[in-house]
Design a protein around this ligand. Structure first.
Ligand code: NAP
Length: 318
């Protein structure tokens, strides 16, 4: 299989710089998307999460492809995430075991805590006394138990990352946060560089397909509307110059910064298109020009964490 560039995590694990996102797709769409991505296009990484409710479908299709000899387990790096009701260190180890069962894996390649704010078992009440330091202690236990080759965080603020790095026995290996043309996260990138933490961008295409979402608990997640990054004039100009698509330019913008991408698609032609970004490069000047695009827009403010002491976005809420 073709080798894609990787990012070396602090513990030596090599994480592919590109993978397939799987959020907000039906079971059937995910099954087909993962099959096309892994068995046809050779995607080296699949990103899922407990809350996407598709770990079982992904586990089944991967198991089938491995049994048929079409892929080997080690060909695909699997990332999953613990949802908010499983962040409490009293529950996270067992929750990680449940993820592995659904994925039919002995070990996941990267396990993230999906948010910094812990909720009760029912998923509705804030556990205000559980700090990010507590959450991280649970993640370290999972790592020490050998259930994940690497561990990390998602949707944590720079301040939370800094705080945990002061006491962590196992460093944060990866931060997965919203990061795209209109939310470039330079401060986060600086902090992670300082600590040797790798970053994964989600929403690298500006998440054009996101629709408001209701969690199984009934909590609503609504997203800000925003201009479409795929239509940005500078992106379109570079797409024309390199004879690539705007999506490929948006992905390359992130990759040039040494940050991993996990574009989601259930459309076979786009699944192939999004992986086909290693035959061109943007110059440093072009990356700077994209950095200088003046519009700024965070898409994912995750309102359900509002009022929790570990709400990572409290300073951004109006
Ligand atoms: P995204 O990857 O920026 O955008 C996905 C959308 O773009 C889909 O609607 C897809 O449509 C469309 N698309 C894909 N390729 C395209 C192309 N080449 N040209 C035009 N449109 C294209 O957004 P995302 O799904 O929000 O983020 C990516 C992944 O990151 C998620 O799937 C998930 O795995 C992860 N994520 C993590 C978090 C977190 O809290 N950690 C939050 C959000 C997302 P089709 O599918 O119809 O082709």
């Amino acid at each position: 299989m073709p080798a894609f560039p990787t990012i070396k995590l602090q513990n030596g694990v090599e994480m592919p710089i590109i993978g397939l996102g799987t959020w907000q797709s039906t079971d059937d769409d995910v099954r087909k998307a993962v099959e096309v991505a892994v068995a046809e296009a050779n995607y080296p990484l699949i990103d899922t999460a407990e809350i996407y409710q598709n770990e079982e479908v992904i586990g089944n299709i991967l198991h089938k492809l491995i049994s048929e000899g079409k892929i080997k387990r080690e060909d695909v790096f699997i990332t999953t995430k613990l949802w908010t009701h499983n962040l409490n260190p009293a529950r996270s180890l067992e929750a990680a075991r449940e993820c592995l069962k659904r994925l039919q894996l002995e070990k996941v390649d990267l396990l993230l805590c999906h948010m910094p704010a812990s909720f009760d078992v029912g998923g509705t009440e804030h556990e205000k006394d559980v700090t990010v330091e507590d959450v991280w202690r649970g993640m370290e236990t999972i790592y020490d138990a050998g259930l994940a080759r690497a561990i990390g965080v998602s949707n944590w603020s720079v301040e939370q990352v800094e705080r945990v790095m002061k006491t962590a026995k196992v460093p944060i290996h990866n931060v997965q946060n919203e990061l795209y043309l209109y939310w470039p996260q330079h401060e986060l990138a600086e902090a992670c560089k300082k600590h040797g933490i790798s970053i994964t961008s989600y929403g690298s295409l500006g998440s054009p397909g996101r629709v408001n979402f209701t969690l199984p608990t009934g909590q609503k997640l609504d997203w800000a509307s925003a201009p479409n990054a795929l239509e940005d004039p500078k992106v379109k100009e570079l797409a024309e110059k390199y004879k690539k698509s705007p999506a490929q330019v948006l992905l390359r913008y992130v990759i040039e910064r040494g940050i991993a991408v996990i574009p989601k698609s259930v459309t076979p032609s786009r699944i192939h298109e999004n992986l086909n970004v290693f035959d061109f490069k943007l110059t440093q000047e072009e990356v700077k020009a994209l950095d200088a695009v003046s519009h700024r827009q965070r898409l994912f403010l995750q309102p359900f964490m509002e009022g929790h002491p570990e709400d990572p976005f409290k300073s951004e809420r109006v």
